[in-house]
Design a protein around this ligand. Structure first.
Ligand code: SAM
Length: 351
């Protein structure tokens, strides 16, 4: 007897063992990147995902539809650098058709954003987050091996001009690299009506040079900002957001993502789909569910939905919290293990 088809939306949210709903899906559309940030891609050579394993837009769209039926209402396109994927606006148009998906956001390094912002907005993109670690082009060249700082700034301006607002600016704070720019970045964000989000340097795959003494903690970031802006007050944002928001006396709002020292696993409703269709339940998770195989061997939507549902119901991951508890914390992976399985790389998982 075949099982009854699943309804269009679940009557009650699909939750895991720790009662966390399946809600936010990060879709990596490529593992390729046009930057080489040292906290993510410090090496010269990489083991890339085979080209024929990369999901087509139709395959991504089909999976997104299944996830939407199971409760996903927010999708973020990421990578690698998502704007390297040819004709990305076409994917946005496809994803927009799913009734349950309320928001489609994009995380990008901004290099190719100026020329695509209009088309992305017209396709239905809701918001953009641009990674901007430094305001100094020479630093970017040295740290991220690209001289295209001006293109990033133009990308931010174009996104704002298209109303892809509020533009968020992701800053990974690394001691000795950009931690002397916290105030400059706040001021830049204020001048461009953007919201800056300081991210603690994480010991994820790819961060082979990570060490705790290069992490500038949430506490230290707040202390340094308070010295300049006075009392900073927490803002009660939605409990499921990764960034905690804080406001200055003049109303300026900033975010801090403290995944390294004060992780938020208990409220994590995020999962990740890699460009080759591996579904990961945690940024630190070792293994994922191979949805590409299910798609390509002809499984029906209901069958794939049931596999996703069963997997989420059994989810217990608390990767970042376990890392905090780990006594001799260092880089999560060394080069050999990243080469052995590129799915461990942050640029494959999508940040
Ligand atoms: N290429 C796009 C970009 O630059 O935004 C999207 C992919 S990137 C992997 C997504 C986010 O992950 C970026 O904001 C990046 O700064 C962040 N990230 C990568 N490695 C990180 C690390 N070791 N610690 C904290 N954040 C990291």
């Amino acid at each position: 007897m075949s099982a009854a088809p699943l309804p269009h939306r679940p009557a009650a949210p699909l939750t895991d063992v720790l009662r966390r709903p399946l809600r936010s899906l990060r879709i990596s559309v490529t593992d390729r990147c046009n930057m080489r940030c040292r906290y993510c891609m410090p090496e010269q050579e990489y083991a890339w995902l085979p080209r024929d394993s990369i999901l087509s837009f139709e395959e991504i769209d089909r999976l997104a539809g299944i996830f939407a039926r199971l409760g996903v209402d927010k999708v973020r396109l990421t990578g690698g650098e998502p704007l390297l994927r040819h004709q990305l606006p076409k994917l946005v148009t496809l994803l927009r058709r799913h009734r349950g998906i309320r928001e489609i956001a994009l995380t990008t390094n901004g290099i190719l954003l100026a020329r695509q912002a209009k088309e992305l907005r017209e396709a239905g993109l809701s918001r953009v987050t641009v990674s901007l670690d430094t305001l100094r082009p020479d630093r970017m060249l040295e740290f991220a091996r690209t001289g295209r700082h001006r293109d990033v700034l133009e990308g931010i301006a174009a996104a704002r001009g298209e109303g892809l607002a509020p533009v968020k600016l992701n800053v990974v704070v690394v001691r000795g690299y950009n931690d002397d720019e916290l105030i400059d970045l706040v001021e830049f964000a204020r001048a461009h009506q953007a919201e800056v989000r300081f991210i603690e340097y994480m010991d994820v795959g790819g961060a082979t040079e990570w060490s705790m003494n290069r992490v500038v903690t949430r506490q230290e970031i707040l202390k340094r900002l308070e010295q300049v802006y006075g009392v900073i007050t927490p803002v009660n944002e939605g409990a499921w957001a990764p960034a905690e928001q804080f406001s200055f006396r003049d109303g300026t709002v900033i975010g801090i993502i403290a995944s390294t020292t004060e992780p938020f696993c208990r409220t994590c409703d995020r999962s990740r789909l890699t460009a080759d269709g591996t579904w990961l339940l945690c940024l630190y998770g070792e293994n994922g569910l191979d949805l590409r195989q299910a798609l390509r061997e002809g499984s029906a939507d209901d069958e794939i939905a049931r596999r996703i549902e069963d997997t989420w119901r059994q989810r217990t991951d608390r990767g970042a919290e376990l890392r905090v508890a780990s006594p001799e914390r260092g880089a999560l992976y060394q080069l050999e293990s990243l080469r052995a399985d590129p799915h461990r790389e942050m640029h494959t998982r999508g940040g």
